[in-house]
Design a protein around this ligand. Structure first.
Ligand code: ADP
Ligand code: MG
Length: 320
C-alpha cells in the first residue's frame, strides 16, 4: 500500500509548487477570505498554508487523509458539473505519503480545534488543540522518503520560482481573496482581496494601478467573459503573463491562448506578446476538466466557436 500510495502521490505531487496549489485550492474550496502561504527551502523544507475557511470537524479530520475521501462529490451526478477546485480526494493523502504533514483545523462554530499529524503515509494521529478558526496545513521535509524524486528536482530557487508563479495565478483567479506569500521570511506578494482584478494584476505584474490595461467583457451562450489585455504600447516580453481562468480555476487551453495572441499580433505585428488575464464563467456542463491529472488543461464544447467569439472581444478591446 505504501508503494501504491507513493506512485499515486507522484501524479498529484510532482514538485513543491503542486503541493502549494493543492493546499490553496482546498482553502478556496473552504470559502477562505484570507490565505497565507509560507515557504522555506524552495518548499522542500517547509510549506505552510493558513486559511480562515470553514475548517474540518473532529470526526472528519483524519478522514481527510484517506484516499478518495472527498467531501465535495455527494452524488455521482455532481461529476458532470464540478464547481469546486478539488474533487478527487487525492491531494492530502498524496502529500502525506511523501512528507510530514500537520493540520490544525477548527470550524468557526466549534470551541475546540483538532490537530492531525501524519508522515510517510502512516496512520494519522489526532489530538485536541486550541487554534484559530480555519485550517493550517504544514508540510515539512517534502520527498524525504522518496530520494529519487527529491534528486530529480531542480534547485530550491527554481522550485521557489514555480511556487510564486502558481500563487500569482491563484491570486489572479480569485481577486475576492486576500493572498499573502512569504518566501524565506520575506513578503513577496500581497493582494487586497477586495475583488478588484485590476489591483491584483497591478500588484503582481508591477504596474502602477492596472488602469493602463484595456478591459474586455462579453458573453455567449452559457458563458460570460471578463478580463484585461495590455495595450500595444505597454511592452511585454514573454508569454508568462497570460492567465486564463475558467470558473475560478486557472487553466491552459492552447486554442483560446492562440486566438488571443493572433488577434494581438494582427494589431501590433512586432512579435511582442500581450499580457492578459481572462476570466471565463461558463456552464460547467460545457467544460471537461478531467483531461489531465494536474487539472490544468480543459476542453470546451464547441471550442472553435468559443475561440472565435473571444477573439472578437479582444479585437474590440484593442480598437477602443
Ligand atoms: P479534494 O479537495 O479533492 O476533496 P483533498 O485530499 O484535497 O481532496 O482534501 C480532502 C478533504 O479534506 C476535502 O474534501 C475537504 O473536505 C477537506 N479539506 C482539505 N483541506 C481543507 C481546508 N483547508 N479547509 C476545509 N476542509 C479541507
Ligand atoms: Mg483538494
Amino acid at each position: 500500500a505504501d508503494t501504491a500510495n507513493q506512485i499515486a502521490a507522484g501524479e498529484v505531487v510532482e514538485r513543491p509548487a503542486s503541493v502549494v496549489k493543492e493546499l490553496v485550492e482546498n482553502s478556496l474550496d473552504a470559502a477562505a477570505r484570507h490565505i497565507t502561504i509560507e515557504v522555506k527551502g524552495g518548499g522542500l523544507t517547509l510549506i505552510r498554508v493558513r486559511d480562515d475557511g470553514w475548517g474540518i470537524n473532529r470526526e472528519d479530520a483524519a478522514l481527510a487523509f484517506a484516499r478518495h475521501a472527498t467531501s465535495k462529490i455527494r452524488r455521482a451526478a455532481d461529476l458532470w458539473g464540478i464547481t469546486t477546485l478539488g474533487f478527487r480526494g487525492e491531494a492530502l493523502p498524496s502529500i502525506a505519503a511523501v512528507a510530514r504533514v500537520e493540520m490544525d483545523t477548527r470550524p468557526p462554530g466549534e470551541t475546540a480545534g483538532t490537530r492531525v499529524r501524519i508522515a510517510g503515509g502512516g496512520e494519522p494521529e489526532v489530538t485536541a488543540i486550541g487554534c484559530p478558526p480555519g485550517t493550517t496545513v504544514t508540510v515539512t521535509d517534502l520527498f524525504y522518503n522518496t530520494p529519487a524524486r527529491r534528486q530529480y528536482l531542480k534547485k530550491p530557487a527554481n522550485e521557489a520560482r514555480a511556487i510564486v508563479a502558481a500563487v500569482e495565478k491563484l491570486a489572479l483567479a480569485h481577486p475576492e481573496v486576500a493572498f499573502n506569500l512569504h518566501l524565506e521570511g520575506r513578503r513577496l506578494l500581497s493582494t487586497p482581496g477586495n475583488s478588484d482584478l485590476q489591483a491584483v494584476v497591478a500588484a503582481i505584474y508591477g504596474l502602477e494601478t492596472g488602469r493602463e490595461l484595456l478591459p474586455l467583457a462579453g458573453e455567449g451562450e452559457g458563458w460570460t467573459l471578463k478580463g484585461f489585455i495590455s495595450p500595444p504600447w505597454l511592452h511585454r516580453a514573454g508569454r508568462s503573463q497570460q492567465v486564463l481562468t475558467v470558473n475560478g480555476r486557472y487553466i491552459f487551453n492552447r486554442l483560446l491562448t492562440r486566438a488571443v495572441e493572433e488577434c494581438y499580433q494582427a494589431v501590433i505585428p512586432s512579435g511582442r506578446h500581450p499580457l492578459f488575464i481572462l476570466q471565463l464563467a461558463i456552464d460547467p456542463r460545457l467544460v471537461d476538466v478531467n483531461v489531465h491529472p494536474a487539472k490544468l488543461e480543459v476542453r470546451f464544447q464547441q471550442e472553435y466557436e468559443l475561440a472565435r467569439q473571444v477573439a472578437a472581444l479582444v479585437n474590440r478591446a484593442l480598437h477602443t
